[in-house]
Design a binder for this molecule. Sequence first.
Ligand SMILES: [Cu+2]
Length: 204
Amino acid sequence: MHFTIAALFALVPTVLGHGLITSPPSRPIGPALMQNCGPKVEQDIRLDNTSHVEGRPELAAKDAMYNAAKCNLWLCTGLQFADNVNNTQIWHASQVVPIKVWIRVPHEGSANVSIVDTKSNKVVGEMLKVWSEGYAPGKKESDVPTDQKEFSVTVPEGLEEKCGAAGACVLQWWWYGTIAKQTYESCVDFRIKRKMPAQRALHV
Ligand SMILES: [Cu+2]
């Protein structure tokens, strides 16, 4: 059976999975994704930017264009900072940041929101939000409790060095559907601004 590209796109709404951060803006697809992750992974994300990570390593393995050094599928599902530079958030320590998550298709499991060092793909400090179980229950978006879709996190103290430059850290929402065995990740790019010393402010 042959599908034209248009027909393939027409099918998209019925196959879309699962979730992403809608506010602040999370990493979108873009030219850097194509360049670093290759066309197979790019297409998988383009057809469903909310879908799970599992399955993508298989696609990547079959793609000579996949660059493992530049495309880590387990960090922001491979989505690239270069495609989100203009959406870099500027935060300061102790700032309260409201987050909105779109859960298109629930799969009950665990979830967290944390700051991740993009070089090492390691969580920095304590996680900002943890649901150890009971995250995203039910069958449709409205089954998911509102406080799992709209909540805030507080920017930790002491990240001015580590996360001072855009791209060094991300705020990552991570969700694992236990029975579905599917992982979802969505990333907000940010940098931490130093607080202006009070002394200096007086002289402005
Ligand atoms: Cu699913």
